[in-house]
Design a binder for this molecule. Sequence first.
Ligand code: CA
Ligand code: CA
Length: 227
Amino acid sequence: MYKKSAATLASWVALMAGSAGWAYQVEDVRVEWWTGVGANQVLLVVDFWRGNGQSDSFAFGYHFSQSQITGFDLLNAVQAAGKGFSYAQTSGFLTDIWYVKNGVVYHSEGSWPASWWKYALSSDWGETWVDSEYGAGMRILYNGDTDGWVALPGDDWTSVPVTPIVGDMDCDGVVGFGDINPFVLALSNPAAYVQAFPSCSLYNADINGDGAVDLGDINPYVALLQG
Ligand SMILES: [Ca+2]
Ligand SMILES: [Ca+2]
């Protein structure tokens, strides 16, 4: 069954080979869940770092109706959703972020000078970042903006958050031919996948976004490659 699926996927990807100019759309990002109501949408990307791959990066979506929000408004809204995300701050400086998913607790503490949370801003859904020049209370987000937090060692001033991408199974930042075999491996033998791609996230194979990686993700993956 897996071989057949892989062959089907390969044929779809062959069709799309040659298409160039891949730029992140909001649909490309593996968003844990959305909260809020309104026509405007922004993303919060949290990278717990551990080598800066996708394995411990998560994105959260927020809908709102007001014209603008602050970085802290976004953090508070995602925390208020009560779905496993929480953070702590002292005097306006973010110190800790936690995320609990499927019983696994992701947590990083910024404890200067050993470690710190960098605040980065994006206007292309987390494909490219600029370091924020101000704190989350002064940062203003509009529809289409993305905020990112990445936990860094104290001597790292340059790394930026890694945005988790749906279907990017070799975590090179794009979805393409090279992702098919890792996708099949992730479904058929998750432990072997994690061992082979330690900096990647098994959850990138959760194409239908139901929290599980299983056979139900095959058809959505074909559709994703097709689209
Ligand atoms: Ca890829
Ligand atoms: Ca799934």
